[in-house]
Design a binder for this molecule. Structure first.
Ligand SMILES: C[S@@+](CC[C@H](N)C(=O)[O-])C[C@H]1O[C@@H](n2cnc3c(N)ncnc32)[C@H](O)[C@@H]1O
Length: 417
């Protein structure tokens, strides 16, 4: 494992950096986090605006704008903490005859890029983010992808804790539920502590980094223990692949040490004041005219937001079917946290999922880029420099930086012992 950086700083590498959500959160948590290298590349896009914004905010030093799968590990500096938000894809592993260890993951699956870097660089810690669906995917073999991921991390010498966190449950302005993972190399003081823990529920409810940053209570029942057996091809083939495979085994909190998994269903234990969508809105006179919904478009928005039950025909095969969906809040409530921002939030065309707020004068409008930044707790204007629709897209891809900040504060203190 590499030694700590100068002055005891934690050297951070940020993968899949987007516009730098991890960096914003960690830098706010402590000046001990020192991002030494970052990588961001948007596939099949000429204009690399996320990377350009990253460079504009943090400088070009140590930033790479190439497909991570083409970056040799020798180009990545030694670091103590690897961070990044990566996609939920098919993590299955197949057996081959012509590879040294006879095992290979699917091409283009970004988990294996993270794995390659962890294997070569052995940072003491990692902090990763994904959609919570990862704990239950694929639908035919619930939890298999996460089991492959955990097993591959155990084999690299990491102990792991995970937690599903909805930022709004802890007073933040957006209902955004994501799964976060912290990994501790077993040679680090934190790794040794997790390995030595006799009662995993103590770690999950009191002693762990997530438990300290985001207090929680057991929802019902106790921790459930299981083991992930076999090489990665066997995990792929057999994990939860029986007649009872409907529910995955992974709860919203858990730890894994040496392939033994202890998991627990928890609920947030937070009583502070919450931030609402209304709290992030700009004064009316600062909202540009194009964000207001013209009277003539109101009906189209109402239709898309409304509940419906109608007969539809599939254009490709001519089959008719009944289509049903419930109503969305319209306009969005100002006294609650916002819904999850998705990448399609920008642009003026009517949509079911874009937020719409009602002004005191009765006019309806969409959210501005600055308001979307505030919902993710980025500084105002962080994504300025590209088109409004793209700014919305970049916020849909990003994360609530307040989550990173809270974990960063606890991690920094606990890493010191
Ligand atoms: C979920 S987003 C992470 C956003 C980031 N956490 C933020 O705060 O903006 C994943 C990012 O990975 C980038 N990406 C996808 N494939 C990549 C690849 N092969 N190499 C490098 N980056 C990639 C995407 O462009 C996207 O910005």
């Amino acid at each position: 494992m590499p030694k700590k950086g100068p002055k005891g700083n934690m050297r951070v590498v940020e993968l899949f950096a987007g516009v730098g959500g991890f960096r914003v959160g960690l830098e706010r948590a402590s000046d001990h986090f020192d991002t030494v290298w970052s990588n961001q590349w948007e596939p099949a896009r000429k204009k690399q605006d996320a990377s350009a914004i990253y460079v504009a905010r943090f400088g070009a030093d140590g930033h790479s704008n190439t497909d991570i799968s083409t970056v040799p590990v020798r180009d990545i500096p030694d670091h103590d903490l690897l961070v990044g938000g990566f996609p939920c894809q098919d993590y299955s592993v197949a057996r081959t005859l012509n590879k040294a260890d006879g095992l290979v993951g699917k091409k283009g699956v970004l988990w294996w890029e993270i794995h390659r870097i962890l294997k070569a660089k052995e940072p003491g810690y990692f902090f990763l983010e994904n959609v919570d669906r990862l704990l239950k995917s694929p639908a035919t073999q619930r939890g298999r992808d996460f089991a492959v991921m955990l097993a591959s991390l155990a084999d690299l010498g990491y102990a792991v804790e995970w937690r599903v966190i909805n930022a709004a449950d802890y007073g933040m302005p957006q209902r955004r539920r994501r799964v976060f993972f912290l990994g501790y190399h077993k040679s680090t003081p934190l790794g040794k502590k997790l390995v030595a823990t006799k009662r995993p529920e103590n770690w999950l409810l009191r002693k762990g980094i997530f438990a300290e940053a985001f207090p929680a209570q057991a929802k019902d029942g106790k921790t459930i223990r299981s083991r992930i057996e076999g090489d990665l091809a066997e995990v792929t083939e057999h994990f939860n692949n029986g007649p009872h495979s409907r529910n995955g085994p992974f709860g919203n909190a858990g730890v894994m040490v040496d392939r033994t998994v202890d998991t627990l269903a928890v609920i947030a234990d937070h009583h502070g004041k919450g931030t609402t969508l209304g709290d992030v809105l700009l004064p009316l006179d600062e909202v540009p005219a194009e964000f207001f919904i013209p009277e003539a478009k109101r009906k189209a928005w109402m239709y898309l937001k409304g509940s419906k039950r109608e007969r539809r025909t599939n254009a490709a095969n001519g089959f008719s079917y009944d289509y049903m969906e419930g109503a969305m809040a319209f306009p969005d409530a100002l006294d609650k946290p916002a819904r999850t921002i998705i990448t399609g939030e920008g642009g003026s065309s009517p949509s079911r999922f874009k937020h719409v707020v009602c002004m005191p004068d009765g006019r309806l409008r969409r959210l501005t880029p600055v308001e979307l930044e505030r919902l993710n707790m980025f500084p105002d204007g962080h994504t300025a420099g590209t088109a409004d629709g793209r700014r919305a897209f970049l916020m849909g891809n990003a994360l609530v930086t307040g989550v990173i900040e809270r974990v960063g504060k606890v991690l920094e203190r606990r890493v010191k012992g």
